[in-house]
Design a protein around this ligand. Structure first.
Ligand code: HEC
Ligand code: HEC
Length: 264
């Protein structure tokens, strides 16, 4: 009898102590899981921002061709709507897949989530993952140091792609070095999507009132060299940034071939 009472007492004590403690920590656990999830969407959002938006809204979000987004007064719903649909008649393109853009719905939400919870550290990580966006104003133009190479493109200073015989690849090259054989050219389409499509459109058709088409037809009057010069030097006084120091000569050659040869 004594023992039973004692046991019952212990059990009660256990319930009285354990249950509230459990209740108290459970919301904490949920909150931390939620927080973890939010950090992930913001990380993805930072990557989208630096690869897709920084070119116009500034690599620090302080504005460029488009207005500053860091510290925006817009609410999340409005941001998602504008980002998804774009702003007709301006350089702000529609981004969501439904509107013909390149971002899935969750990516639009991610980037908005990032913008509204701006974090320069996440952005630095995103940039590291994607290479810095093309027209950042602080770009140095080194000739002798290897320019940042698109993560998606083969690095000309390294081994040639598997399968091809090892052609001696020029070391980081003064602009006059003859381009290597066509087979080792980096994929111009990949480079285009990464560096140019934000302004010249995903299909190279241009963006009305902002940037011209750069299809082979549109560029027919320009020589290969002239196209390469525009890419390297930009068009001063316009939004067309210089890519010298950001793209290597062989990457520019790959782009020129893509612009001039690919249909349409
Ligand atoms: C090619 C240039 C360009 C790119 C790339 C671009 N934007 Fe824009 N964006 C603009 C311009 C220009 C405006 C202002 C349009 C106007 O005149 O109202 C703008 C406006 C906006 C606005 C409204 C801001 C306000 O205060 O009214 C939001 C939000 C926005 N952009 C989000 C984004 C996001 C997110 C991305 C990347 C996914 C992006 N933009 C990429 C050019 C761009
Ligand atoms: C921030 C926006 C922006 C980006 C990014 C950009 N361009 Fe441009 N580009 C322009 C604008 C604006 C012009 C028109 C300049 C002018 O008025 O002559 C232009 C002009 C050009 C022209 C000359 C077209 C002609 O008919 O004279 C070429 C070629 C070109 N861009 C290629 C590229 C390539 C290749 C890339 C990527 C490596 C690129 N651009 C990235 C905005 C951009």
């Amino acid at each position: 009898m004594q023992k039973k009472i004692y046991f019952g007492f212990i059990l009660t004590l256990f319930i009285v102590i354990f249950v509230p403690v459990y209740w108290a920590t459970e919301p904490g656990r949920q909150a931390s899981a939620l927080k973890h999830q939010q950090t992930e969407t913001r990380e993805r959002g930072a990557e989208v921002y630096s690869s897709q938006c920084a070119v116009c809204h500034g690599s620090n979000g302080t504005g460029g061709i488009g207005p500053a987004l860091k510290g925006t007064q817009l609410d999340a719903r409005t941001m998602v709507k504008i980002t998804g649909r774009g702003i007709a008649g301006t350089a702000m393109p529609p981004w969501s897949n439904e509107e013909g853009g390149t971002l899935a719905k969750y990516q639009v939400e991610d980037v908005v989530n990032f913008v509204l919870n701006w974090d320069d550290n996440l952005l630095a990580e995103g940039e590291a993952a994607h290479g810095s966006p093309p027209p950042s104003a602080h770009a140095p133009t080194p000739v002798s140091t290897p320019p940042p190479v698109a993560t998606t493109a083969p690095d000309p200073a390294q081994k040639p792609p598997a399968g091809s015989t090892p052609v001696p690849v020029p070391q980081q090259t003064p602009a006059s070095t003859p381009p290597p054989a066509t087979s080792t050219l980096p994929d111009g389409k990949v480079l285009y999507t990464k560096n140019c499509s934000a302004c010249h459109g995903p299909n190279r058709q241009g963006i009305p009132n902002f940037a011209p088409a750069v299809t082979s037809a549109a560029l027919a009057k320009l020589s290969d060299v002239a196209v390469g010069d525009k890419i390297l030097g930009g068009v001063p006084g316009t939004a067309m940034p210089p890519f010298r120091g950001k793209l290597s000569p062989i990457e520019v050659e790959g782009l020129v071939r893509f612009l001039k040869d690919a249909t349409p």
